[in-house]
Design a binder for this molecule. Structure first.
Ligand SMILES: Nc1nc2c(c(=O)[nH]1)N[C@H]1C(S)=C(S)[C@@H](COP(=O)(O)OP(=O)(O)OC[C@H]3O[C@@H](n4cnc5c(=O)[nH]c(N)nc54)[C@H](O)[C@@H]3O)O[C@H]1N2
Ligand SMILES: Nc1nc2c(c(=O)[nH]1)N[C@H]1C(S)=C(S)[C@@H](COP(=O)(O)OP(=O)(O)OC[C@H]3O[C@@H](n4cnc5c(=O)[nH]c(N)nc54)[C@H](O)[C@@H]3O)O[C@H]1N2
Ligand code: SF4
Ligand SMILES: [Mo]
Length: 732
């Protein structure tokens, strides 16, 4: 039997850990961490084995399928592409380019194919482009754009060298970091303390990360913006800022100081749910540390205050002299480096809006919160066809449960995905890429956010099956199908031939050659794909280096501490009290990620779902006692927009008044191809979140901090099914 071991990366999350895949015959026998990997050094999390599980999953689609009634039947690639081209071109000819909508999901970022997805977006020239970014990192991009001049300049936390790490709304011990790629975050956090540094976690839940820290501060959901303003007040009023750094590099100091003056710790404390003395101490300790950084992520992005919070995070890092220096917030120097060109890429906000005028475009996309309405609301400008690529927005975005119905109402819908999911089950044609273990790649995106500069090579473990296509090949064909080519019969084959030469490895090779380590700059010593491929764990390109002065993209080349819109929004916020629960909604709902779960799509791999039910509502014992609820019982969670039934989990790790339910569950819809997932379905928490609740600055869906109430589900089934749109309830 053929036995061999192939080194590549696990591409399930941003950490992209190096793995060694042992193969026996045509089966994955084992997946282990690659000790030579320059970033992960042998670490893997339990999800790595899912790379094998996905590859062998009998439910994974291996050929394109076409809808026939309520079933899918296999169809050939050429036939599929021809039909897609015909339908999409006809819809565009009749209704215009924006009648074709597109949604780009998270896994697209995990291979170079994602770039071809962007090219498809360009070829479609539609205003109705959506992605997971507007329920993810938009606030960080927005803050970076306003402060550093470009959304591509999102800073990275230099956690390997910091003396003080304050983590806000992130749980890297489980997620392994995001917009700061840090495989084995647990060890890296422990290392901060072993070096004599301090770690503080600010989170409504005493998370896996908080348990590794010196201190846990249980903020009220959404209280961070006040906490940070209170800290800023102390830093400024007590003269604890780094005046030299501020003078050398920043503008807006006076305006910022005037704002902070309005929010002393006593003002901040009740709104943040953190006492004034703690806020004072956090500020003083932050300023006293040799280096200190605040790292913030999703828990404070998906908030109505998302952009303001990330602005204040960057601001505190900057005014304490911790921007662009070791141990602070830095900018990576990746092998494919867009940063020097950031000043030429002018970002636009509000170039267009959705039809209601409520949601503005950012970059070139509209907030996902607008998607179902843009399909459903009839009239001029309505979306009539959709393309989805590597996304499951029916589960992953709040749409009042209307997205499935919306997708069904389309004239045509094509999905690029390897499963029939809650989303793709509504498609007319599904085009499946080969499995992740069948593709060869060099990921250029995550080195932009890595805690150490690096480049790694992804070798295919298995030859793609005959006729199998990678996502980029699918995208390339879709592009040729939708391009408005003059004489299609002659020009389409030429476009096909161009794409045949333009594979991800060549594209990566060109970007690397032109980058800071490439042959154009370094001659024969330069880094190439071939060289990286020969290195057992990839290329270590050294620690993060200060570089902001050469890449900053604001016109005056200074860091803007006080963008006017942010100041105005913060002032308005301070003028109002925080909303207390009303109409019987008395608990704040936040999200939660589990180690063996990855957004919506690992629930069909046996090793990822074994053990106890993970789609639970986590509640404090005092809240459970008040309501007469007990651990393990079924409860109904109700918000203003919907109801779901989940198992109650009682634990004192969560702040009283707060409940946490993970997203990505709810595999209950008929016809979904995930058979195992359907047997352990969980419920879709996004039915509880109101799509209208967004960060007003960036349009990001605010899925943390939704008001809910929780009651026992026993004997209440009829009420629930009336409230929960299109969710068949489990029959007890
Ligand atoms: N309530 C709540 N909602 C959230 C979040 C939250 O914290 N709370 N988190 C948000 C975040 S951060 C994100 S990133 C989004 C994710 O949301 P999405 O990006 O919409 O969805 P995923 O659940 O990641 O689903 C990915 C889909 O891609 C398919 N897929 C996997 N790999 C590939 C591939 O290589 N090629 C192709 N073509 N398809 C592939 C899978 O089968 C699956 O159907 O969810 C968001 N939703
Ligand atoms: N195992 C696993 N790993 C993943 C993923 C996964 O689904 N599973 N998803 C990947 C993706 S797409 C992403 S974007 C990253 C996300 O990576 P992280 O940002 O680390 O994601 P979470 O684990 O959701 O952590 C968010 C934290 O914010 C807290 N929080 C909620 N509301 C508030 C608040 O108001 N204030 C504060 N201070 N904290 C709050 C929550 O309790 C939670 O601990 O993870 C990636 N890695
Ligand atoms: S942390 Fe886990 S899921 Fe993420 S890349 Fe590493 S092994 Fe894969
Ligand atoms: Mo994400």
């Amino acid at each position: 039997m053929d036995t061999r071991t192939v080194a590549r990366q696990c591409t399930l999350c941003e950490a992209h850990c190096g793995i060694l895949v042992a193969v026996e015959g045509d089966r994955v026998a084992r997946i282990e961490g690659n000790p030579d990997d320059v970033l992960s050094h042998g670490y893997i999390c339990p999800k790595a084995t899912a790379m094998g599980g996905l590859h062998h999953d009998p439910d994974r689609l291996r050929t394109p399928v076409r809808r026939v009634g309520d079933r899918f039947e296999p169809i050939g690639w050429d036939e599929a592409f021809a039909e897609i081209g015909r339908r999409l071109r006809a819809i565009r000819a009749e209704h215009g380019a924006s009648a074709i909508g597109m949604y780009l999901g998270n896994p697209a970022a995990h291979s170079t194919s994602g770039l071809y997805g962007i090219l498809l977006r360009v070829a479609l020239a539609t205003r109705n482009f959506y992605s997971a970014s507007s329920i993810d990192q938009f606030p960080q991009e927005f803050a970076a754009w306003q402060m550093f001049g470009s959304n591509v300049l999102m800073p990275v936390a230099d956690i390997d060298r910091t003396d003080r790490l304050l983590i806000l709304g992130a749980n890297p011990a489980v997620s392994n970091g995001s917009v700061t790629t840090m495989p084995n975050a647990r060890q890296r956090i422990k290392n901060v303390r072993q070096r004599g540094g301090k770690v503080v976690v600010i989170d409504p839940r005493r998370t896996e990360t908080a348990r590794l820290a010196d201190e846990h501060v249980a903020v009220i959901p959404g209280g961070d913006v006040y906490l940070l303003l209170g800290m800023l007040h102390v830093l400024i009023s007590e003269g604890l800022c780094d005046a030299v750094a501020v003078r050398a590099r920043c503008t807006g100091w006076e305006e910022l100081s005037a704002l902070a003056a309005q929010c002393d710790p006593e003002v901040a404390a009740p709104r943040a749910g953190v006492d004034a003395e703690t806020i004072r101490r956090l500020a003083r300790e932050h300023a006293a540390a040799t280096s200190a950084l605040i790292y913030a992520r999703i828990g404070v992005c998906q908030q109505v205050t998302g952009t303001l919070t990330h602005w204040l995070v960057n601001t505190i890092n900057a005014v304490t002299g911790n921007l662009d220096r070791p141990g602070g917030q830095m900018f990576a120097t990746p092998p494919a480096d867009a940063a020097p060109y950031a000043k030429y890429l002018r970002v636009k906000h509000g170039a267009w809006t959705d039809r209601s005028g409520r949601y503005k475009s950012f970059r070139t996309e509209l907030p996902v919160a607008a998607m179902a309405e843009e399909i459903l609301a009839e009239g001029e400008g309505q979306i009539r066809a959709m393309v989805t690529y590597a996304g499951n927005p029916v589960l992953s975005t709040p749409q009042r449960g209307k997205l499935g119905e919306a997708l069904d109402s389309l004239e045509f819908y094509v999905a690029v995905d390897m499963y029939v999911t809650e989303t793709t089950r509504h498609a007319d044609i599904i085009l499946p890429p080969v499995s992740p273990l069948e593709r060869t790649d060099v990921n250029l995106l995550f080195p932009v956010f890595s805690v150490r500069n690096n480049l790694r090579y992804d070798a295919a473990v298995f030859e793609p099956p005959a006729g199998g296509k990678e996502d980029w090949e699918i995208m390339a064909r879709l592009i040729t199908e939708v391009l408005p080519l003059p004489v299609r019969r002659f020009t389409a084959p030429v476009a096909d031939r161009i794409f045949a030469q333009l594979n991800p490895i060549r594209l990566a090779g060109a970007a690397i050659a032109a980058g800071p380590y490439g042959v154009l700059r370094r001659g024969r010593k330069g880094l190439t794909v071939a060289k990286v491929r020969a290195m057992p764990g990839g290329a270590d390109l050294g620690p993060l280096r200060p570089r902001l002065d050469s890449i900053i993209a604001t016109r005056d080349r200074r860091v803007h501490l006080a963008p006017p819109d942010f100041l105005a929004a913060a002032r308005t916020l301070l003028e109002h009290d925080r909303e207390a629960g009303a109409d019987g909604y008395d608990l704040r709902l936040i999200g939660r990620r589990h180690l063996r779960s990855n957004n919506s799509w690992l629930h069909n791999v046996p090793a990822m779902v074994k053990g106890r039910d993970r789609c639970t509502a986590l509640m404090h014992p005092a809240d459970a006692a008040d309501r007469g609820l007990v651990d393990g019982e079924q409860v109904t969670v109700t918000s203003r927009t919907g109801s779901i039934v989940v198992t109650l989990e009682v634990g004192d790790e969560i702040r009283p008044g707060t409940v946490a339910v993970p997203h990505g569950w709810g595999h209950r819809e008929p016809g979904v191809g995930w058979r195992l997932a359907a047997s352990l379905p969980g419920s879709n928490v996004n039915l509880l979140h109101d799509p209208a609740l967004v960060d007003p600055i960036s349009g990001t869906a605010a899925v943390n901090n939704t008001w809910v109430n929780i009651t026992s589900a026993a004997g209440m089934r009829a009420d629930i099914s009336a409230a929960a749109e299109n969710i068949p309830l489990p029959t007890a």
